[in-house]
Design a protein around this ligand. Sequence first.
Ligand code: FBP
Length: 263
Amino acid sequence: MFQDKLLGRKGRILILAYDHGLEHGPTDFNLCSVDPDFVFDLAVKAKVSGVAVLPGVAEEYGKKYNFYVPLIVKLNAKSSLPQGEPYSSQFCSVKRAILLGASAVGYTIYLGSQNEASMFKEFGNIVEEAHSRHIPVIAWVYPRGKNVKDELSTDVLAYAARTALELGADIVKLKYNGDVEGFKWVVKNAGMTDVVVAGGEKQQDNLSFLKMVKDTLDAGAKGIAVGRNVWQSENPLGMLQALNKLIFHDVPPEKALSYIHSV
Ligand code: FBP
């Protein structure tokens, strides 16, 4: 119910995700994208709905830009190094995120993990505090752990969407499984919680990526929270312009594609 602050034209949203330095490590970056200034500059130029970063980057870089682009501060994260049941622990408070200039806060929940209860508890406290300060909460809900047999099945994704609604998230970020009809059921389960999808690994074919985004919009998603498919692109600003046209102006993927090379 607080997400209106982030939603743009047509109630749609385009978030640039940049928490990979911790989630995946520097392996995702090239000489440009390793520099937070490069990514913030893109976000400002492309007028995205928000940039999702961890508190350290928010503190050192985000403050320079948050007058120009909304900052979404993630309150938890984990590295790719630990094995076993996933747990992403909170290391930033809502209060600190607000001091850093956050317009919204984010938190990852590994649904199905044996550590799920701890993440639910942290998330519940975050929702309570953030909503009391009129700050929207975005949940990254990724089903994961040894009890999750197929994290991309429609039933499991629908469970993830419903979990976000039940826990009080304003927006839920989910992976997309390529099943447009199935994803309509996923979105239905999120109720008043708006659904955005993750971009995933960089796709070689830009048109396939734009078509995927269009499919998710057709299934009822409000937009995308994308990282690698933008800042690993041969033309990151062009890719953001293409997504902007597709998401906010309903330009078909084939036509949006031309914007990738026009800037
Ligand atoms: P991408 O668009 O690059 O897939 O980013 C989305 C995201 O959710 C990031 O915010 C996060 O760092 C990453 O994916 C986590 O992915 P995973 O846990 O699947 O490795």
